[in-house]
Ligand binder design. Structure first.
Ligand code: SAM
Length: 173
């Protein structure tokens, strides 16, 4: 049981990749924070595979609405960010209902936003790169939260057998 939160992301490709990861790991709500609802056009859908159509998508326009939503829905906000005093991911114990929050490609999550979250977790890096791509970061955090949960689907011909994907409605755009 987890929610994923995209905090003012800009890139269609990143948004699409996160949607696919969220669905693959059976996330609950996928929250998009931003002034306007996200428009799923071709660049996003090339990466999401139109899986947003089977997501419980929620648009929230600002942080006030977001933190109110966490309270009402009993999620613990977990900021995924490079923090000065890091809680590194391998040692991090996730709360039972985490909302996994990633920041935008330009500035990331602001310190005052992180202070409002229940926890902040940092992915360790070992090579000469200042930060990771946001979709990669989100994927690593979701994977780590889910990694000991049982796998529900059969595998056949190098794919998980999922009937629902076959019945996704055609792209309207
Ligand atoms: C590209 S980074 C943001 C920009 C970055 N703060 C900078 O100043 O260049 C986008 C997002 O990816 C995530 N991120 C990237 N590297 C991370 C890491 N090592 N640990 C945790 N989150 C990371 C965070 O959610 C961050 O807000």
């Amino acid at each position: 049981m987890f929610a994923t939160v995209l905090h003012h992301l800009k890139s269609p490709e990143n948004t699409g990749m996160i949607v696919r990861m969220h669905v693959a790991f059976n996330g609950n709500e996928l929250i998009i924070v931003g002034p306007e609802p996200w428009r799923f056009k071709k660049r996003t859908q090339a990466f999401s595979r139109r899986l947003e159509k089977i997501c419980n998508l929620i648009y929230l326009k600002d942080d006030e609405a977001l933190f109110e939503w966490f309270d009402v829905n009993e999620y613990t906000p977990v900021a995924v960010e490079i923090a000065e005093n890091p809680n590194f991911l391998p040692d991090f114990v996730f709360p039972p209902r985490p909302a996994i929050i990633v920041g935008n490609e330009g500035t990331g999550l602001a310190p005052d936003f992180i202070d409002r979250c229940g926890a902040v977790v940092t992915i360790p890096q070992y090579g000469p790169v200042a930060c990771l791509n946001v979709a990669m970061s989100c994927g690593v955090a979701i994977y780590e939260f889910m990694r000991n949960k049982p796998v529900k689907h059969e595998i056949s011909q190098q794919k998980y057998v999922i009937d629902d994907v076959q019945s996704l409605p055609a792209d309207q755009e």
